[in-house]
Each structure stands twice: as C-alpha cells, then as structure tokens.
Ligand binder design. Sequence first.
Ligand code: AMP
Length: 221
Amino acid sequence: MNVILLGPPGAGKGTQAKLLEERHGMVQLSTGDMLRAAVKAGTDVGKIAEDIMKRGDLVPNDVVVSIISDRIDQPDAKRGFILDGFPRNVAQAEALDAMLEKKGLKLDHVIQMEVDDEALVERITGRFTCGNCGAGYHDRFKPTKVAGVCDVCGSTEMVRRADDNETTVRSRLATYHKETAPLLPYYKKRGNLVQLNGMAPMDQVAEEIKTVLAADQRLSG
Ligand code: AMP
C-alpha cells in the first residue's frame, strides 16, 4: 500500500510514518530527511538545498522529484511506502502521478493531518532528538527524564534542526498555506483524501490511520 501523509510542518507526519514503519512494515520516504542527509554529507544536492531550507522555502521541484523517484526504485519500497513531506505543491503532485504511472504503481490514500498554526509553532520550536539513536523529545510535552540525557540510549548528544526556530517555522507555515494547501482540493477531487484531526493524541491518530488502511485491505480482499 502506498500512502501520502499530508499536513503542515509539525503536524506529526514523521512520527506517524515511523509508527507505520514499525507496525506495518511500510517504508517512510521523507524528502526532508533525505535533504538533511545530503546537506550533512555536503553533496551537490545538499549545497543547493542548505540555504533554501534555512529560509523555510521549497527546494526546486526537479531536485526532490528526482530523489523520490530514485528512492521508490529501491527494493524496500516494494513493501509499500509512506510519503512524508512530498509532494509539497501541485507541480510535484503531477510529477508524482506521472512517475507512479510509469513505474506501474498506484497511490492508495492521501491522509491529511489538520493542526492549527499556533499549536504548530509551539510543537516545532520545542522539539529535539537524540543524535545517537534518533529518539524524539519535546521541551514541554516530552522532556528527557534526566535533563540532557537520552532515556533510550543514555547519549548526551541532543540535536535540534537548524530550521526549527520560530522565524523559520513561521516562514515554513506560510509556504505550506501558499504552496501545499492547494493539494487538498487536488486530491479531494480524485476521491482519495482522508482528513484527520492532527491535534488528537499520537496514539489516537495512529489508530485512525490504521482504520483507514485496514478498511482498504478488506476491500481489496
Ligand atoms: P521537512 O523535514 O519535511 O519539514 O522539510 C524540511 C525542509 O526541506 C523544507 O522546509 C524544505 O525546505 C525542504 N523540503 C522537504 N521536502 C520538500 C519538497 N517535497 N519540496 C521542496 N522542498 C522540500
């Protein structure tokens, strides 16, 4: 099954995608993660993306379309994938349609997670992860048990994304409303859009996503 998780930054797309990976064996394809890895590695793509990401703008369509296309061709994506952070505008959605058709694949669901902007700013500016094992935390909602020490692996290397500061977050939200929100009518028209309340607790959102996917599996026998 192939799914898009749609929603503004901080809506919980990454968290839900990771749960789907763990619980249903699907693969999370996050363009944000791939671009951050490219920036860290200093590749050509990374050099193009770095300043754009710091501003909270969108990296050029051809760059992200090409990295997603290559990633979908990897063997693990055959298990089913969750697109997290892609597509982010109508041109990318059209490129995705053409790409999937060419590869003989289909899109089963587009799941939108709705969250209000002020809650997002608080969610994003407080989040951080363990640089060693990747466990996610939040200053207010999920602090580590011992300040500065990862509950899972004991590492003291905590990392915050360079674009998780308030100025960039507001710019990323503005980009979302201008560029990405038009995807909602795009997918609604096609009849495969499901809208969920992203403000609900994480486990409740996960259950709702599971119900959407399970209903589909029953239908397809
Ligand atoms: P994310 O981790 O999804 O919040 O993405 C972080 C940043 O990476 C965004 O603010 C963009 O600058 C860039 N980015 C991620 N995905 C895309 C995409 N599909 N199109 C263009 N830029 C992207």
